[in-house]
Design a protein around this ligand. Structure first.
Ligand SMILES: NC(=O)CC[C@H](N)C(=O)O
Length: 319
């Protein structure tokens, strides 16, 4: 049986990071190793798939932008349209969840696309990157991965791009899907599936890599927060604001007044929660982000506004 033809698209991050000392897990340069070096550190990779590897970028993902998402999506789409059986994207973990959800909504494919990163740089003792990369390739090579949208594979877990979140600043078990749990596991080279994404994705959305991404900001609620910051959003030219509210997306009386002013001025305001999990409904005339984190809600609001969607709540109820 011939091996699946997979592309590894490297973008940088800690998985390609290099530090001065073996115990350096915070002080290092992200994106220092190129994709050939990354692959060379993973024994057995070529037994799982026929790999074509390319260096798309070498960034720290804190510097990712919506323009980066769009160009990455266009490249991944071209590789899939060109006949790749699947794509693995290596990515910094800081904003991996945003890129993953964007690709989940914008790519038009049934083939597996798997994002992977690491919490320890390649030069650290016990780096997590090599096994994470082998596992991600194993997931992308699995026939049952098809049709599940964009997946995130780290630390043995396979998460849906919609639900994956970085929930720890340091530890190798940083990723979780707080509202949904894992779609599967990869262990000892075997993939065990436990679920499929419930919400429409990839081919079943109207969004593509060409959908414009208007500016959307995120502001958080906290005790004594200044409503002046909310009012200042209007002058930035933003078309939307995600309110990362306390608890169930709540806003202080001052903040609510400023959010209402923004909305009346034509800025699309969506309520989400700063808690990290839970479901936020519409309230006080503002749509609710449901189970999306503020950062994921921002991605969807950008795409919805860019696609000219009138009913923002319907978009949040759908995707
Ligand atoms: N663990 C990581 O990948 C974080 C490193 C870096 N800040 C990045 O996101 O690219």
């Amino acid at each position: 049986m011939s091996l699946p033809r997979l592309c590894i698209v490297a973008t940088g991050g800690t998985i390609a990071g290099a530090g001065a000392r073996p115990q350096s897990t915070m002080a290092y340069a992200a994106g220092a190793l190129d994709v050939a070096e990354l692959c060379a550190r993973v024994p057995g990779l070529d037994e799982v798939a026929a790999i074509q590897a390319e260096q798309f970028a070498a960034i720290d993902s804190k510097n990712a932008t919506p323009a980066f998402w769009q160009s990455l999506a266009a490249r991944v789409q071209a590789l899939l349209d060109g006949g790749a059986d699947g794509v693995v994207v290596t990515h910094g973990t800081d904003t991996l969840e945003e890129t993953a959800y964007y690709l989940h909504l914008a790519l038009k494919t049934d083939r597996p696309v798997v994002l992977v990163g690491a919490m320890r740089p390649a030069t650290a003792l016990s780096p997590d990157g090599p096994l994470n990369l082998l596992d991600a390739v194993t997931v992308a090579a699995a026939p049952q991965a098809a049709g599940r949208g964009v997946l995130v594979a780290l630390n043995h877990q396979i998460l849906c791009a919609r639900d994956a979140a970085k929930t720890n600043a340091n530890r190798p078990d940083a990723f979780a899907a707080p509202n949904a749990g894992a779609l599967g596991w990869v262990q000892d080279g075997r993939v065990a599936w436990m679920g499929r994404p419930e919400r429409p994705h990839t081919r079943a959305t109207p969004f593509t890599a060409a959908t414009p991404l208007p500016q959307v900001e995120v502001l958080a609620g906290y005790a004594g927060g200044s409503a002046a910051l909310i009012r200042a959003v209007a002058a930035t030219g933003a078309r939307g604001l995600v309110w990362a509210g306390t608890g169930n997306g709540s806003a202080s009386a001052d903040a609510q007044e400023a959010l209402d002013e923004l909305r009346q001025g034509g800025v699309a305001v969506v309520r989400a929660t700063r808690t990290g999990s839970g479901c936020v409904a519409a309230s006080g005339g503002l749509p609710g982000a449901g189970t999306l984190s503020p950062w994921k809600a921002r991605v969807l609001l950008m795409l919805a506004l860019g696609a000219g969607t009138d009913d923002i709540q319907a978009a949040f109820d759908t995707y």
